[in-house]
Each structure stands twice: as structure tokens, then as C-alpha cells.
Design a protein around this ligand. Structure first.
Ligand code: T4K
Length: 402
């Protein structure tokens, strides 16, 4: 990159990219396969309510994950709500604050109190030692999040849940097609919940799924996601509408056929970023265990301002001005969002690691929408921003610089 500072868009130059590069740009499989499925669906005139595409999608996912039951859902948020109810979790449920707000909202929406728990700064995942400290007589469960697709400390959490008689659910929104000690995510806890939202590496437009090896729980979830109907005119539970539509399942089935390709692209992009940003002081990548199955869908870096000389926020600002739409996932932490901020104004006192991390983390664009050349250019921009941090901070009148 030209060393002329005026090249930076934030300082008045032209953006490095003409079109915006997004985090969460959807992957689409073979369009012809998708359209043919939709065509057949329209001929069948069966559009929702456990149609043949949803059934096929569920069977294929169960085979892929090696789990007894996979129930397709309209999205992961409703799936989490249904699992919470089906397991009878009430009172308080322990969750990380460092997650997408849906994890907490799925509880609050039904009058269950999310109790925010701190994370391990190395893994960004729920810290089992902190979990144990947050347990009260009102605690009924734990919803742990396999953030970035990296598995939680599953054994430690399972042991704690068992010892205290708590339900254990994994929010596996990021962890489709990932494994832990060779076993696929979907097989752990009482149930695991996937998201197939458009921004996930594998999507069904909107969608999600619940995986469980518990027959009774699966049957209950199937009733609950369909208003509690156990046959025509026969309602036996309070239920809601959590059904996946046929068109979403058509997208899912088509996406499954390209799953390996999506992951190969993500992995290549991940390697490209690691190479391109290697050696920049203060930029620490979230690493994936390549010995496990992994989807590499999030490219995440921690920014240590003391070493980079530029804050995470300013680095994101610089990139966005260049049309690289880097994101601050998951700033500022659920405990700093409403209504939790008002309900629990002192929550931050118990969340020192979360508080530290939310100011340092950034996600970068990946997926089939970006390639080697774009990533090379993004890395050069970041290297440039760090090496010229003093000038950038000075020109923008921001504090920083080494
Ligand atoms: N648990 C966890 C841990 C989660 O991360 C999530 C969702 C959930 C539970 C709940 O799952 P769902 O109920 O959604 O199934 C996005 C997604 O909406 C959300 O699903 C996801 N996590 C979260 C991490 O990211 P936003 O608010 O960042 O999305 P948005 O609209 O800013 O989109 C991100 C970027 O993607 C945009 O800059 C443009 C691009 N994009 C997006 C869409 C929808 C496209 O290029 N095309 C598109 O169609 O939340």
C-alpha cells in the first residue's frame, strides 16, 4: 500500500474498496439445485408444517451430526426459548454476557432471569469456576455458548450441572459442523441449538435447529414448536410457532451439498488472515483447533492498544471508511444492553474479563464473498494503520499512538 497517509479514506482519500465487504455475507450453494427444489415444492403446494423438505433436512442433519434428533426451527432465538421451556428452566439461568443478545433475550422474553457470568480471557468461553460461583437456590440451568464455533469446556460444565441438578443447554449458533474430541457438537448437554441465519456460514435464509439425544425432550419440543398440537384438534401443551418453512429447508438441503466447499473457503481465508497479519504487535487472532472439525466462520482478532498504538474502535473506524465493514462482535456485552443494564447496574463488577474483552475484539469479513486478494489488501490496510497509528490518531485528534 502507498505510504501516503492521505490514501486512507478516513483522512480524505478514496476508499480502498469500491463496494462494501461485510462480515456475515451469506454463502449460497448451487442456485440451480435450490431453484429446482423450490420448483418441485411449488408443484407439490406443500409450503410449511413439517413438509417433505423439512423432514429430509432433519434426517440429513441427524446423520451428519450423529445425533438422534434434530428438529428444524424458524430461528435459533425461538429454538432457545422452546428448549428453555421444554426443560422446565425457570428462576435464574446462567449465561455469558459475551454473546449475541439473543442468548439472554430468549430467557428474559419468558420471564427467566439471565445471570451473567464471566469468561475465560484466553478462550472467550464461559469460565466454569465463575459459573459455580453464580449458582444460587434459584438457578435451574446453564446456557453456555460455543462462541466463534469453539467448543465450551463441556466436561467441566457437565460435571457442574450434574452435581447441582441443573439443566445444561449449549447455544451452538456458531458451531454447526464443529466437533469436540472427535464428537460432533449437537451431542452434548440436554440439547444444543444451531442458528442458520443468513449471516451464518451455512444458512436457511432464517432458521435454526435443536439437536438432542433425549427422546422425551425431542417429542416435547416437536409439540411446542407446533402450538402444542398432538393431532388434529388436539392440543396438549402450551406451544408457539417455531416451524421451519419448506423454502428454508430447500436452502438448507442445497447448502448441505456445498458445506465442505464453504468450509474450505473459510479455512483458506483464515490462513490468509493469519499470514497477512502475522507479526503485527498487539493483534492476537482467535485460533481454531485444526485437529477437530471446525467451520472457521468467524475471523476474530483481539487488539491490544498498548502495543498497536491504535484502539480497536479506531481500527474498525479506519476499516469501515475503506468499505471493510469490520464488526465489534459482541460489544458492549449483554449486561450493558437494555433491559439488563437497568436491571443489573452492578453486573460489570463480576465480569472483569468480559469488560476487558468487549473493548478489544473485532471480526473481519470472510466467506465466499471475499478472496485472497481482498484479504491481502485488508491486512495491508491494518498493518498500515498500526504502523502509522501516531499520525492517524494525531490527525483525527484522538488519543492513542505508542
Ligand atoms: N446465539 C448466538 C450466539 C448468536 O450469534 C445468534 C445470532 C443467536 C443466538 C440467534 O440466532 P438467530 O435467531 O438469528 O437464528 C447477526 C445475525 O442477525 C444474528 O443471527 C447473529 N447471531 C449475529 C452474530 O449477527 P447483526 O445485527 O450483526 O446482523 P446485520 O443485519 O448487521 O448483518 C451483518 C452483516 O451481514 C451486514 O453488515 C450485511 C451482511 N448481510 C446480512 C444479511 C441479513 C448480508 O450481506 N446479507 C443478508 O441477507 O446480527
Amino acid at each position: 500500500m502507498d505510504n501516503d497517509l492521505l490514501e486512507l479514506a478516513i483522512l480524505g482519500g478514496r476508499p480502498a474498496f469500491e463496494e462494501k465487504l461485510h462480515v456475515g455475507r451469506p454463502n449460497v450453494g448451487e442456485k440451480a439445485r435450490l431453484l429446482s427444489r423450490i420448483d418441485q415444492m411449488l408443484d407439490r403446494v406443500w409450503l410449511s408444517n413439517n413438509g417433505p423438505l423439512v423432514q429430509e433436512f432433519e434426517q440429513k442433519m441427524a446423520a451428519l451430526l450423529g445425533v438422534k434428533h434434530v428438529i428444524a426451527m424458524c430461528n435459533a432465538t425461538i429454538a432457545l426459548e422452546i428448549v428453555t421451556r421444554a426443560l422446565g428452566m425457570d428462576g435464574e439461568v446462567i449465561v455469558p454476557s459475551f454473546t449475541f443478545v439473543a442468548t439472554a433475550h430468549s430467557l428474559q422474553w419468558q420471564g427467566v432471569t439471565p445471570v451473567f457470568c464471566d469468561i475465560d480471557p484466553e478462550t472467550h468461553l464461559l469460565d466454569p469456576v465463575c459459573v459455580e460461583k453464580m449458582i444460587t437456590p434459584r438457578t435451574t440451568g446453564i446456557i453456555a455458548v460455543h462462541l466463534w464455533g469453539r467448543p465450551c469446556e463441556i466436561e467441566a460444565l457437565t460435571e457442574i450441572a450434574d452435581r447441582h441438578g441443573l439443566k445444561l443447554v449449549f447455544d451452538a449458533a456458531h458451531a454447526f459442523n464443529c466437533s469436540h474430541n472427535g464428537k460432533m457438537i449437537g451431542n452434548f448437554g440436554d440439547a444444543e441449538v444451531f442458528s442458520f441465519h443468513a449471516t451464518k456460514f451455512f444458512n436457511t435464509f432464517e432458521g435454526g435447529a435443536i439437536a438432542t439425544n433425549n427422546d422425551e425432550l425431542a417429542a416435547k419440543i416437536r409439540l411446542m414448536k407446533n402450538f402444542g398440537f398432538a393431532g388434529y384438534d388436539k392440543v396438549i401443551y402450551v406451544g408457539t410457532n417455531g416451524k421451519m418453512t419448506e423454502v428454508c429447508a430447500a436452502m438448507g438441503l442445497t447448502g448441505l451439498e456445498s458445506l465442505d466447499d464453504f468450509i474450505a473457503v473459510n479455512r483458506a481465508n483464515y490462513r490468509c488472515y493469519l499470514d497477512g497479519l502475522a507479526g503485527i504487535p498487539g493483534l492476537k487472532p482467535v485460533l481454531y483447533d485444526e485437529a477437530e472439525k471446525c467451520n472457521y466462520q468467524y475471523i476474530v482478532f483481539e487488539v491490544d492498544e498498548a502495543l498497536t498504538g491504535i484502539s480497536r474502535d479506531l481500527l474498525v473506524e479506519v476499516l469501515q471508511a475503506e468499505n471493510v465493514m469490520a464488526r465489534r462482535y459482541f460489544f458492549p456485552g449483554c449486561h450493558q444492553m437494555e433491559p439488563y443494564r437497568s436491571y443489573f447496574p452492578h453486573a460489570h463488577l463480576l465480569l472483569p474479563e468480559t469488560e476487558r474483552l468487549v473493548g478489544r475484539v473485532m471480526s473481519l469479513p470472510t466467506g465466499t464473498a471475499v478472496g485472497k486478494d481482498e484479504i491481502g489488501k485488508i491486512c495491508n490496510l491494518m498493518r498500515f494503520a498500526v504502523s502509522h497509528s501516531q499520525e492517524i490518531c494525531g490527525k483525527l485528534g484522538k488519543s492513542g499512538g505508542r
